[in-house]
Write a protein that binds this ligand. Sequence first.
Ligand code: PLP
Length: 486
Amino acid sequence: MTPDEFRRHGAELIEFIARYYETLSAGGGERRVLSEAEPGDVFNAVPPEAPEVGEDFAHVISEIDRVVMPGITHWQSPGFFGYFPASATFPAILGELLSAGLGVQGMLWQTSPACTELETRMLDWMGRAIGLPEAFLSEGDGGGVIQGTASEAALVAMVAARQRALDDRGVEETDRAALNGRLVAYASEQAHSSIVKAAMVCGIGRSNVRLVGTDGNLAMDAERLRAQVEEDARAGLIPFFVCATLGTTSTGAIDPLAEIVRIVRPTPSGGGGWVHVDGAYAGAALVCPEHRGMIEGVELADSFNFNPHKWLLVNFDCSCLWVRDRAALVNALSITPEYLRNTQSDAKAVIDYRDWQVPLGRRFRAMKLWFVMRHYGLEGLRAHIREHVRLAELFESWVRADDRFEMVAPRSLSLVCFRLKAGDGATRSLLEKVNATGEVFVTHTVIPFAGGGGEPVYAIRFAVGAVTVTEADVARAWEIITAHAT
Ligand code: PLP
């Protein structure tokens, strides 16, 4: 493809995307939010073998509607209230395009200084924007890095924690396997499965993760954590890692970080296990000072993660991870084959982000953060969060005012969990009917319900988060929900 052809096809594709968004924001139009594709539909729409001879690209573009679109669930639709959002915006999409256009692979500082240094600066910008202490920023001993997902962030934090626990005990490399079996990690029963998965991947094992019980709000019960940590320490085990979740996946519950750090890190100067904060969804709200109460105690945590790709206007993937001691991460993950050596790295004059992550290669993701933060400004980011919280509050008020329904957990930011008082079967059937309309999409969870004596109940999760959503869309969703409840 020549630059001129690229110009032409690129313009067509940008037009396609712009038109797509216009149809979405017109209330979804003819589009059903959830794809109706059956298993195999898209697979079978594509021939089994690649074309022997290259095809006309205009023809390929013309096939998007036939092959791809039927299998798209419209995450950016104003009727999408499922899971947590995966927000995409035009500035972010343009950042992604420029990143692809420059074709950089940023494994080392040397392989594109801009890829590394813009990322370092963006993570400092974002760290300040969400109120992280300076210790997590690059001018101190800490710093931030963009990972693909919160799961990867949890994994690298756990690997660094393991290394630190073993180094602190002066364990020789050859004895490490034996000690690995004594390492114990902690997270609440409501924590994301990625914490257990991180333990599976890094050799700690599922059985050495303690899932600590929760309180009436489904947040970690700090006293139970304390008791478990003490019991394990008495048994000769090593409590080396605790994950505090800010905004659990099911209900958005906020673990008591200030109490957790005091239990795990008994002295301000350190000692004790590594505290990782998983703020995958709720972390975005920290751009608003009124939501910063949840990070009280973060100055004693070791790592903090949230996903701008969930609720902060950056398209997937972009997961920001900060550490207070970057040396701990690098000690655990750095390995330098000869072919990667270069003057600046050898002189330790630069950051090589390959040492802060599992893969070697890395994308230029900072570009989209740069575009988004400059386009919206912090004011724009705060307005985005506040509007979604306002819409969720409104939705909550409607749930509370209708006696057929009840809240199953306190609303958390833009997430409302509710059910029909008529019970699990009725609530499940309501969700199915609402989703079958195609106009809106909501998802469910099963959680212990304080109002039902802690018994697990089926609940609908209503997560406001699509960038295109308006009050009229939330009102329409409620109209559909109540019509089917009747
Ligand atoms: N942590 C929490 C609290 C989440 O809600 C999620 C996903 O929704 C994750 C971690 C995993 O996120 P990712 O897909 O970025 O790995």
